[in-house]
Design a protein around this ligand. Structure first.
Ligand code: NDP
Ligand code: GUE
Ligand code: MG
Length: 296
């Protein structure tokens, strides 16, 4: 079998189109959603993410507020900025880019964000709501994965899902969403015994580990859907001296020979993450004003 390649770039563009249309309607009511992004220091992985984000926010008709702070910013100064953004009526969504420098307690900062403006969905209130099945702002990467799965499969009930990775950012919320879709969900991690055998059970396999090419074709059930969340920068001498490229956690060639459908890296889950950030900003703008939650 040769897998269908899931075009995350196209799906993200289509989602941004729908977001833009709804933002256009809101504008008639005098509402312009605003997203504030806070970047502390110059982490290379974070820069990959922020590059196109402000541009896409503005293209969708929303306001973008960028706050770039030096790497030696104190926790107190960052908390003060979050406080100002919480109080700022023009700001509907706040994203503090992770990871943060060592002198800052990330947990403390994330908990300081108003849960209604928490477009990353990382605040414990939103994590708790997701776990309880209550309406919440849902982390962007798992939300993007779910949208790709729904596009592909429609109803996911009864499917076996395996999520590799249990971070609060990707693995755990992904598992919560799949559970809510009535999948039978297994969460695997570094202590999992016989990971290849666990993965072979999966109709839906999500890799969110951070290890380039870890998942190989012999781990994949024939016809399975494979979603590759990993973003790993590796050296690429074939592109020239000192060059790098981005690869996923999935060995694309061997898995595409077995899977039914697979996301590439780049061009898979990553673009959906950014589109979902815009979707969450729109959702936050509506919810904060007592407007109905947009159906995207
Ligand atoms: N495409 C996108 O939009 C996004 C991509 N990413 C990327 O996704 C990947 C995961 O990110 P994140 O969740 O934040 O990473 P974390 O490092 O927080 O979590 C990694 C998880 O993988 C598990 N793990 C590590 N090694 C193994 C192994 N050998 N076998 C099985 N499990 C293992 C860890 O297990 P344990 O808990 O036992 O340590 C942990 O649960 C990264 O490459 C990151 O860059 C992240 C966010 C967005
Ligand atoms: N508070 C916070 N929220 C996050 O959601 C968050 C974060 N911090 N810190 C870093 C990680 C990583 N992340 C990515 C999102 C999109 C791409 C993406 O669009 N990637 C492109 C490739 C881009 C390129 O080629 O440079 C793609 O996969 O096609 C990558 C990485 C979000 N993260
Ligand atoms: Mg996210």
């Amino acid at each position: 079998m040769t897998a269908a390649i899931i075009d995350g770039k196209a799906a993200a563009a289509a989602l941004r189109q729908r977001i833009g249309a709804r933002v256009g309607e809101l504008a008639k009511q005098g509402v312009t959603p605003g997203l504030a992004v806070v970047l502390v220091g110059e982490n290379p992985a974070s820069q990959v993410y922020v590059r196109s984000k402000a541009k896409q926010t503005v293209e969708a008709g929303m306001r973008s507020f960028e706050h770039k702070l030096p790497a030696d910013t104190s926790e107190q100064d960052l908390l003060a900025l979050v406080g100002r953004l919480n109080a700022d009526e023009a700001v509907d969504g706040i994203l503090v880019q992770l990871p943060l420098p060592a002198q800052i307690n990330a947990e403390l900062v994330l908990e300081a964000i108003d849960p209604r403006k928490d477009v990353d969905g990382f605040h414990p209130v939103n994590a708790g709501r997701l776990a309880s099945g209550a309406p919440s702002l849902v982390p962007c990467t798992p939300l993007g994965c779910l949208m790709l799965l729904r596009d592909l499969k429609g109803d996911l009930a009864g499917l076996e899902a395996v999520v590799i990775g249990r971070s609060n950012i990707v693995g755990k919320p992904m598992a919560a969403l799949l559970t809510a879709e009535s999948c039978t969900v297994t969460i695997a991690h570094s202590k999992t015994r016989d990971l290849p055998a666990v993965c072979r059970r999966a109709d839906i396999l999500v890799a969110a580990v951070g290890r380039p090419g870890m998942v190989t074709g012999d781990w994949v059930k024939p016809g399975a859907i494979v979603l590759d969340v990993g973003i790993n920068r590796v050296s690429a001498p074939e592109l020239g001296e000192g060059k790098t490229r981005i690869v996923g956690d999935v060995d694309f060639a061997s898995c595409a020979a077995v899977a039914g459908a697979i996301t590439p890296v780049p061009g898979g889950v990553g673009p959906m993450t950014i589109a979902c950030l815009l979707a969450n900003t729109l959702t936050a703008a509506c919810m904060r004003r007592g407007l109905p939650k947009p159906v995207l």
